[in-house]
Design a protein around this ligand. Structure first.
Ligand code: PLP
Length: 370
């Protein structure tokens, strides 16, 4: 039987918006001015700090900015090397390069697509100052192994937890384990603000320095026009903060929804030998922001598969290319796993508005195509 395309676009990502979001935003539009110009930003920072379990949270325009601040407060500079996963969105590497430091790209674990601790240790040189890790697609990294290496060699650890709000490593929220963690509230993430980022740390000096740098080099948000250093305009808008606050208050519900979608994929696809669906490790909780799959057959090319899914109204997405292959970066290691994932990896749709029928439809079409 021929399968007809879906009427509804089955989106890769997209938010769940309720009356709570609308209420908070309307209130911010009406009341977030004058003396209360940053009331929702403060509320959001408190909410996220409490949820993740860190002392300090600083809201910013986007996670890329928060991660740039993280690199600056960790002291990365020209001549330094920072070990970085080869498999991520470009922001993960660019923020290192912004400081003049060199990202040294290493391979990922085949079961999580997160940075491999063995690969980190092999890449350490006398110039290495830090490690930039990513909880890829919401699956937690092996944090115990990473923190052990960091302590042994006295390296800073930045967690790019951009897509991973609500993911747990051995019961601990990711983003709160390294020296600095960063979360994104981009419209395609689990909790959205259109754009938005959060810088998280337990280090008071880092927090104070991040405030200074995110505020054009002024010591606090209410400071005058005096600048103590050359900073950046990296702040979040109060209206955005109101929207994100409503989302973060619902984070457990949003995670449960992503996990419902993932579990349905898992049930249908786990025994298909042409596919490997990535899975959280025992004892962890992935938020499954973007369910990830490796195509294990050459009968159909990954690019063709994703294009064909699109014809059925299904928005899947190719996995990231290796960042070390970008013209401005250098390959130091061959990174065979990242190379394989670049070629055979893809993400299944997991927008918040997918129901059981939609997920079944994706599985049916996918199985037909492979
Ligand atoms: C989304 C994302 C970012 C960037 O977040 P923005 O808020 O868009 O700047 C960085 N790293 C990873 C892994 C991401 O998924």
């Amino acid at each position: 039987m021929k399968i007809k395309p879906s009427h509804k676009r089955i989106s890769f990502a997209g938010p769940s918006i309720t009356n709570r979001e609308v209420k908070y935003v309307v209130d911010a539009v009406k009341n977030g001015w004058y003396k209360t110009f940053d009331k929702d930003i403060k509320k959001l920072e408190k909410t996220v700090a409490k949820y993740v379990g860190v002392k300090y949270a600083l809201a910013g325009f986007c996670a890329t900015h928060s991660m740039h601040l993280a690199c600056l407060v960790c002291g990365f500079k020209k001549g330094d090397e920072v070990i970085c996963t080869d498999f991520s969105w470009a922001a993960t590497a660019h923020v290192i390069a912004y400081t003049g430091a060199i990202p040294v790209f290493v391979d990922v674990d085949p079961d999580t697509w997160c940075i491999s601790p063995e690969a980190i240790e092999k890449a350490i040189t006398s110039k290495t100052k830090g490690i930039m890790i990513v909880h890829s697609f919401g699956i937690p990294c092996d944090m115990d192994a990473i923190m052990k290496i960091a302590r042994k060699y006295k390296l800073k650890v930045i967690e790019d937890a951009a897509p991973a709000l609500g993911s747990l490593y051995k019961g601990k929220k990711v983003g709160g384990i390294g020296d600095v963690g960063c979360i994104s509230f981009h419209g395609a993430k689990i909790a959205v603000g259109g754009e938005g980022g959060m810088f998280l740390t337990n280090n008071k000096e880092y927090y104070k320095k991040a405030i200074l740098l995110s505020n054009m080099g002024r010591t606090d948000r209410k400071a005058t026009f005096w600048c103590d250093t050359m900073g950046y305009e990296y702040q979040m808008a109060n209206v955005t903060a109101a929207l994100i606050t409503a989302q973060v208050e619902r984070i457990e519900e949003l995670v449960a929804n992503k996990r419902r979608i993932y579990n349905q994929y898992y049930k249908k696809l786990k025994d298909i030998k042409e596919l490997k669906l990535l899975k959280e490790k025992k004892g962890d909780r992935a938020n499954y922001c973007y369910p990830a799959v490796l195509l294990k057959t050459d009968k159909i090319k990954r690019d063709d598969l994703v294009k064909k899914l699109e014809k059925f109204g299904i928005h899947a997405r190719n996995a990231f290319p290796r960042m070390s292959l970008f013209p401005m970066y250098k390959v130091r290691f061959k990174n065979p796993v990242a190379t394989q994932v670049m070629k055979y990896g893809f993400n299944l749709p997991a927008a918040a508005n997918l129901d059981e029928k939609d997920v079944d439809f994706v599985c049916d079409v996918l199985l037909r195509l492979i």
